[in-house]
Design a binder for this molecule. Structure first.
Ligand code: TA6
Length: 286
């Protein structure tokens, strides 16, 4: 484990062990890369991502917390919460008996703007770097009143091309379609990406597979403590507008499959309660 300054003010933890390599920015506890030894990258990072203090990074695993998307009532609050653009502390880092590396990040209370979040809590992200990547987002309500909790690990995965992939695991699930004004719809069969896709699948803890016939591989996304799965590809116009997807065709090589608690699945965390959202990402044989 070493810490390097990847850009002015942007400190990145670099992990390399017998199983895998990973890099994680302290800003946002934002995992940027994860590659099991001898295998392909499991995470997509935009070649045009800007590493700028206070700005979210395009790619990797943005931690959306304590709300997902727009804030429920205050449009001036930042999209996807404030956790992804502030510095987190490393509170523990140690090798595991099997050779994996565990690193624990904590969001400092001083980084939680009182005006946006007047609640007492502790938030940690535990990252385990092995053949698989495991991340636990742990929220403890340390106050004496309940609060609403929305969240997502907004993960970008690399794909050979949008035309070559399908997502298996959500057949029959209902979803909110953000492209058509949050209509409620039902999934039939696997998900394909023929145009812009921006959906919140509800009430599902299912494992999903990104099956990529162009790359001859399958990325497995297993999770717990997450009732929503978000699937997003911005397509050409929106990617061009955001301006940080690389080339004109950059959007074709990424797909977000996010493990979340969003919309109808926002949680209420009672005083003294703890909630953990866990994801496990791996390459699997096709
Ligand atoms: O998860 C999908 C989404 O909410 C989209 O609607 C899109 O805006 C995306 O996240 C990216 O958001 P960002 O704020 O990172 O540009």
């Amino acid at each position: 484990l070493e810490f390097v300054e990847a850009a002015p003010g942007m400190i990145v933890a670099r992990i390399s062990n017998a199983h895998a390599e990973a890099t994680i920015a302290l800003q946002g506890a934002h995992l940027m890369t994860f590659k099991p030894k001898g295998e392909a990258d499991v995470i997509w990072m935009s070649p045009a991502a800007k590493l700028v203090v206070g700005k979210s990074i395009r790619g990797g695993v943005p931690v959306c917390w304590p709300w997902f998307g727009a804030h429920a009532s205050e449009s001036s609050f930042p999209a996807h919460g404030f956790a992804r653009t502030v510095g987190w502390n490393v509170v523990d880092a140690r090798p595991q008996p099997g050779g994996e590396t565990q690193i624990v990040f904590e969001l400092p209370a001083s980084a939680m703007p009182k005006a946006q979040w007047p609640h007492a809590c502790r938030v940690q992200l535990h990252i385990n770097v092995g053949v698989k990547l495991t991340m636990d987002l742990v929220t403890d309500n340390t106050g004496d009143t309940a609060f609403p909790l929305g969240e997502a690990l907004h993960t970008y995965f690399p794909i050979s091309d949008v035309d070559n992939v399908r997502i298996a695991g959500l057949d029959g699930c209902t979803y909110r379609d953000k492209v058509t004004g949050m209509d409620l719809k039902q999934q039939s069969g696997d998900i394909t990406i023929p145009s812009e896709v921006d959906r919140v699948y509800l009430d599902t803890e299912a494992t999903c597979d990104i099956v990529d016939n162009g790359a001859n591989r399958r990325i497995r996304i297993a999770k717990s403590g997450s009732r929503s799965t978000v699937v997003w590809n911005p397509w050409i116009e929106k990617a061009a507008k955001m301006g940080d997807f690389g080339s004109d065709t950059g959007y074709r090589t990424m797909l977000c499959v996010e493990s979340a608690n969003a919309v109808e699945n926002v949680l209420t965390l009672a005083a003294g309660e703890s909630h953990t959202l866990t994801v496990i990402y791996s390459n699997e044989a096709l």
